[in-house]
Design a protein around this ligand. Structure first.
Ligand code: MEV
Length: 424
C-alpha cells in the first residue's frame, strides 16, 4: 500500500482548522494553500472575470473531503464540491467498507478523444470513404501539425474513421478523428485539429463541411472500476435487496435514470472540485448508458461472488484532464488536485470511477435498508432550520430537536424558531 492512510475516523467532529490540518499533513499543502481554503472566498473577481463573461461574483459550493478511499492500493483524500448533503459521507462510508477487501481496482483505456467533422453533399459515399482512407497519413500529419507539444509528450491524432449516415436532409459522411490527448480533457485540441483537416477533407471528397466539434461520447476513453463489499459487513439480506434494486434499474428507465444520477453525484462532485467539465462527463455517461440493447442501462452492475460477497462494477466513458481548461488556473481546483495527489488524467479518472461506484453502492444500501430520507434529512435538517430563518445560535438545537421528534420540515422549523424567539 502506497503513502499515508486515507482512513481517518471522527473527521466530521473536528473544526475547520483541525480538518485542514489533517488534509495539510496528508497532502503536504503549504501554509498559503491552507489559508486559501480556510478563507472560503478563494475565487476573486479578477480570476473569475477572466474565466467567463459578464461576471458579477463567484458562486460558492461546499468542498468536502471523502475519506477512506483505497484505489489500486493507493490511499486518497477525495475533494468533492457539491451542495447536496450526505453525498460525501455516503462515499466515505462505502470506501471504508471496501477497505476490508482491498479497496477498488480501477483501470482506464488510453485517453483517446473523438473529433467529428460533418461532410455534406457527398455524391458517392464509398468513393469519399476510400479517398479519406488513402489520405489518412497525410490528414493525421496535418492534424498533428497543430500541436507539437502534444506530440512531444507522446500524444496526437492517431486514427481516422468514417460513418455514412442517412438523415431526413440527405446522406452525410461523418469523419471521426481519433486523438490521444494525454493529460488534457482534450476538447479544445480536438476541435482545433478537426478544423485544421476540414479543407483537405472537402478537397478529397468533393463534399462541403458543416460542424467540426468534439464528441462527448468518448467510447475510446473508458474507466472500469471493480470492488467487493464483504457479506459479513453488509449482510446477505442487504445484498439480495441490492441485487433486486439493480435488476429493477436494468429494465426500467425511470428507475435507471435515478440509479445513474446517484453515480454521477460522486463523479460530478470530483469533476467540479478539480475544475473539470462535468456537463461533458454527464453527456457522455448518459449517451453511453443509452447504447444498451434495451435503450438505457445502469452504468454499474452487481453480482454475488462464490462467498456471497457483493461484487460491484462500473463502466463509463470519462474524459477528464489535469492540464488545460481551468484545472491549473482555478486556485481551489489546483489545490484539490494536490490533495488528491494524482499524477495523470487517467489516475484522476480512476479515482472518479471508484467514487461513482462507491456512491451508487451507498445509495442502494441506504435505499434497501433505512431509506434515503433518514441520513439525507438528518444532514439536511440544518439547511431546513436556516431556510426557516433560524438565527445562527439556534440552528443546531432546532435541527437536533426536529431529528429527535422525527419531523424534519420547514413548518416545524418555523414553529421552533418562533418558540425560541418568544421564549428568548
Ligand atoms: C440522490 O441524489 C441519489 C439517489 O436518488 C440515487 C438512487 O436512487 O440510487 C439516492
Amino acid at each position: 500500500m502506497i503513502g499515508k492512510t486515507s482512513s481517518i475516523n471522527g473527521f466530521y467532529k473536528k473544526t475547520q482548522t483541525q480538518r485542514l490540518k489533517v488534509v495539510q499533513d496528508f497532502s503536504s499543502l503549504s501554509k498559503e494553500e491552507c489559508s486559501l481554503l480556510q478563507d472560503c472566498r478563494a475565487l476573486d473577481f479578477d480570476r473569475a472575470n477572466r474565466m467567463i463573461e459578464n461576471v458579477v461574483s463567484s458562486f460558492p459550493v461546499p468542498l468536502g473531503i471523502a475519506l477512506h478511499f483505497l484505489i489500486n492500493e493507493k490511499n486518497y483524500f477525495v475533494p468533492m464540491a457539491i451542495e447536496e448533503s450526505s453525498v460525501v459521507a455516503a462515499a466515505s462510508y462505502a470506501a471504508k467498507l471496501a477497505r476490508h477487501t482491498g479497496g477498488f481496482s480501477v483501470t482506464t483505456t488510453n485517453p483517446i478523444m473523438i473529433g467529428q467533422v460533418q461532410l455534406k453533399n457527398i455524391s458517392d459515399g464509398d468513393h469519399a470513404i476510400l479517398a479519406i482512407e488513402s489520405a489518412k497519413q497525410e490528414l493525421l500529419a496535418l492534424a498533428n501539425s497543430c500541436d507539437p507539444v502534444l506530440i512531444s509528450v507522446g500524444g496526437g491524432a492517431c486514427d481516422i474513421m468514417c460513418r455514412y449516415l442517412a438523415t431526413d436532409r440527405g446522406a452525410m459522411l461523418i469523419v471521426h478523428l481519433m486523438v490521444d490527448v494525454q493529460d488534457a480533457m482534450g476538447a479544445n485540441i480536438v476541435n482545433v485539429m478537426g478544423e485544421k483537416i476540414t479543407r483537405k477533407l472537402e478537397a478529397i471528397t468533393g463534399g462541403r463541411a458543416g460542424l467540426r466539434i468534439v464528441s462527448n461520447l468518448t467510447v475510446n476513453r473508458m474507466v472500469h472500476a471493480r470492488v467487493v463489499w464483504p457479506c459479513e459487513s453488509i449482510g446477505s439480506e442487504v445484498i439480495e435487496s441490492i441485487l433486486d434494486a439493480y435488476e429493477w434499474a436494468c429494465v426500467d428507465p425511470f428507475r435507471c435514470a435515478t440509479h445513474n444520477k446517484g453515480i454521477m453525484n460522486g463523479i460530478d462532485a470530483v469533476a467540479l472540485a478539480t475544475g473539470n467539465d462535468f456537463r461533458a462527463i454527464e453527456a457522455g455517461a448518459h449517451a453511453y448508458a443509452s447504447l444498451a440493447s434495451n435503450g438505457y442501462a445502469p452504468l454499474t452492475s452487481y453480482e454475488k461472488d462464490a462467498n456471497g460477497n457483493l461484487v460491484g462494477e462500473l463502466e463509463l466513458p470519462l474524459a477528464v484532464g489535469m492540464v488545460g481548461g481551468i484545472t491549473q488556473c482555478h486556485p481551489v481546483a489546483k489545490i484539490c488536485l494536490k490533495i488528491l495527489g494524482v499524477e495523470t488524467a487517467s489516475e484522476l479518472a480512476c479515482v472518479m470511477g471508484a467514487v461513482g461506484l462507491a456512491q451508487n453502492f451507498a445509495a442502494l444500501r441506504a435505499l434497501v435498508s433505512e431509506g434515503i430520507s433518514k441520513g439525507h434529512m438528518r444532514l439536511h435538517s440544518k439547511n431546513i432550520a436556516m431556510a426557516a430563518g433560524a438565527p445562527r445560535e439556534f440552528v443546531d438545537s432546532i435541527a437536533k430537536q426536529m431529528i429527535d421528534e422525527g419531523d424534519i420540515s420547514v413548518s416545524r422549523a418555523r414553529a421552533l424558531v418562533s418558540e425560541r424567539n418568544t421564549s428568548g
